[in-house]
Design a protein around this ligand. Structure first.
Ligand code: LLP
Length: 420
C-alpha cells in the first residue's frame, strides 16, 4: 500500500498532483510520502506489540535527514554501517541508545566515535573486529555492548548480490565457531556480550529462510545461556521484501513475519530488534522523469527519459523490476517500449518491453518503488547532477535535498600547481 494514486486521471503523491510538482521543480526528482513512511513503520511495529521490541531503521536504504527524522519522530531507532550513517542518524534525532552498528569493516576511528556517543550495540562480524573493539574501548575506558552477527549458512533465495547469510558470503561469524568466539569475548574487559544478531539478505519474498535462520539463532541463544552468557537481545536483521511487480504474488506482510518470529524465538524473552530498510521506505518513494525523445529502433521503440542509471541503479545492477507508469491516464493506444536513460551505456535501461499508453516528448512518467536504495546509490556519472528529493505531507511538499549546481560537482576537482 502506498500513497501514490490517480485522481481525475492524474497521479498524485498523497494530495499533491505530481505534474504540478514537476513543473515547479523540474525533472527528474525523487518524491517520498510521509503518510506511507509512517504507515509502514506502524505496521511493522504492530507485528511485535506486547513485547520488548526495538525497530532499528536500516538507514542505508534512504539516508535523507527528513526521512530519518520522520521515522525518528515515530520512535524508530537506527541500524548504521558507517560513521557517516551514525552521524546522520544522530543528527536526525535518533537517540544513541536506540542505535545498532553493523558492518564488516568498522575502523578504530568509527568504533571510538560510536563508543563516545554511547550506542546500544555493536554487531560484531569477526574475531579481529572483536579484539580491535576491545582495544579501542579499553583505551577510552568504555565497555562495548555487543552481539555477534552469526552466519547461519541459509539460502535467502534472493538476488545473489544481496544475499548475505551463506557461508561463502563475507558477513558474520561462522555458526560452528560461535560458542568458542563468545567464550573468548566474555574474557575481554572492554566487551560486554549481550546479544545474537543475524541478517541473511534483502528483498526476501518467502518466510521460510527467515524461519530457518531464526531457529538457528534461537538455538544458539539457548546454548550460550547454558554456557553462562547473559543473552538478552536478539537482532533479527532486516530483509523482508516489498511488492515491486503488481502482477506477482506479494511478499508476506509484516504481521505474518512478526507472528512467525514470535513463534520461533518469542519464548526466549529477549528484547527483539528488527532492522527493516526497504520495507519502510521502498514503496514510500517514486522517481518522476520526463520523456526526452521517443525513438524508433529497428525492431522496437525506445522511450528515452531524463532519469538514468546514475539516479537509480537497481535495474542495471540487479536486473531489478520497477513498475513504470505514465503520470497521466490518457487512454491513448498502448505501445511497447524499452525505457532507457541518457547515459552512454547499454546497461542504462530501466525496463524492456513495457507497454504504456502512447507517450511523446515532454510527457511524464513515474518509476515506482524507488524510495529504498535509490537516491542513496546515485552518482554523478556522466557529470549528471544528483537529482532533488522531495517529501510530501498531505497537500504540501518540501524539497528535502535540492538539485546541486554543476559547479558543486566540477568544483570538487583541484588542479595541481603544475597545471595551473
Ligand atoms: N541490516 C543489515 C545488516 C543490512 O546489511 C541491511 C541491508 C539491512 C538491515 C536492511 O535490509 P532491507 O530491510 O532493506 O532488505 N542495494 C540493494 C539492497 C542492499 C541491502 C544491504 N543490506 C538493493 O537495491 O536491492
Amino acid at each position: 500500500m502506498d500513497s501514490f494514486a490517480y485522481r481525475h486521471h492524474k497521479l498524485h503523491a498523497e494530495d499533491f498532483p505530481l505534474e504540478r510538482m514537476a513543473q515547479e521543480i523540474g525533472t527528474p526528482f525523487y518524491c517520498y510520502s510521509t503518510e506511507t513512511l509512517i504507515r509502514h513503520h506502524s505496521v511493522f511495529c504492530e507485528a511485535f506489540t506486547d513485547r520488548d521490541f526495538l525497530l532499528c531503521y536500516a538507514v542505508k536504504a534512504n539516508t535523507n535527514q527528513a526521512v530519518i527524522k520522520t521515522l525518528a519522530d515515530q520512535g524508530a531507532g537506527a541500524d548504521v554501517v558507517s560513521e557517516g550513517e551514525l552521524r546522520r542518524a544522530l543528527k536526525a534525532g535518533i537517540p544513541a541508545d536506540k542505535i545498532v552498528y553493523s558492518g564488516v569493516a568498522k575502523t578504530k576511528r568509527e568504533m571510538a566515535y560510536a563508543l563516545e556517543k554511547g550506542i546500544f550495540q555493536f554487531n560484531v562480524e569477526s574475531e579481529p573486529e572483536l579484539y580491535q573493539l576491545n582495544d579501542v574501548a579499553s583505551r577510552l575506558g568504555k565497555v562495548a555492548a555487543i552481539a555477534f552477527r552469526i552466519n547461519p549458512d541459509v539460502d535467502a533465495k534472493t538476488h545473489a548480490k544481496i544475499a548475505t547469510g551463506r557461508a561463502e558470503n563475507k558477513f558474520g561469524v561462522p555458526l560452528k565457531r560461535a560458542r568458542a568466539i563468545y567464550a573468548d569475548a566474555a574474557k575481554l574487559p572492554g566487551i560486554r556480550v549481550q546479544g545474537v544478531d543475524l541478517h541473511i539478505g534483502s528483498q526476501l519474498t518467502d518466510l521460510a529462510p527467515f524461519e530457518q535462520a531464526f531457529h538457528i539463532a534461537g538455538k544458539l541463544v539457548e546454548d550460550l545461556r547454558r554456557d553462562g552468557h547473559d543473552i538478552t537481545v536478539l537482532d533479527l536483521g532486516g530483509g523482508l521484501g516489498i511488492p515491486y511487480d503488481q502482477t506477482e504474488t506479494a511478499p508476506p506482510l509484516p504481521h505474518l513475519y512478526g507472528q512467525m518470529a514470535q513463534r520461533i524465538v518469542g519464548h526466549l524473552g529477549c528484547k527483539i530488534i528488527c532492522e527493516p530498510g526497504r520495507l519502510l521506505v521502498g514503496n514510500a518513494g517514486i522517481l518522476v522523469s520526463e520523456v526526452i525523445y521517443v525513438k524508433k529502433g529497428e525492431d522496437r521503440n525506445f522511450l528515452i527519459i531524463d532519469a538514468a542509471m546514475n539516479d537509480l541503479i537497481r535495474p542495471s545492477l540487479y536486473e531489478a523490476y520497477h513498475e513504470i507508469v505514465a503520470l497521466e491516464e490518457t487512454g491513448a493506444n498502448p505501445v511497447t517500449y524499452d525505457i532507457v536513460g541518457p547515459v552512454c551505456e547499454t546497461g542504462d535501461t530501466f525496463a524492456q518491453g513495457r507497454t504504456l499508453p502512447e507517450l511523446a516528448t515532454g510527457d511524464l512518467v513515474a518509476i515506482r518503488s524507488a524510495g529504498a536504495y535509490g537516491a542513496v546509490m546515485a552518482s554523478t556519472y556522466n557529470t549528471r547532477r544528483l537529482i532533488p528529493e522531495v517529501l510530501v505531507k498531505g497537500d504540501s511538499y518540501a524539497v528535502i535535498r535540492p538539485r546541486p549546481d554543476y559547479e558543486d560537482i566540477i568544483g570538487l576537482d583541484v588542479l595541481p600547481d603544475w597545471l595551473d
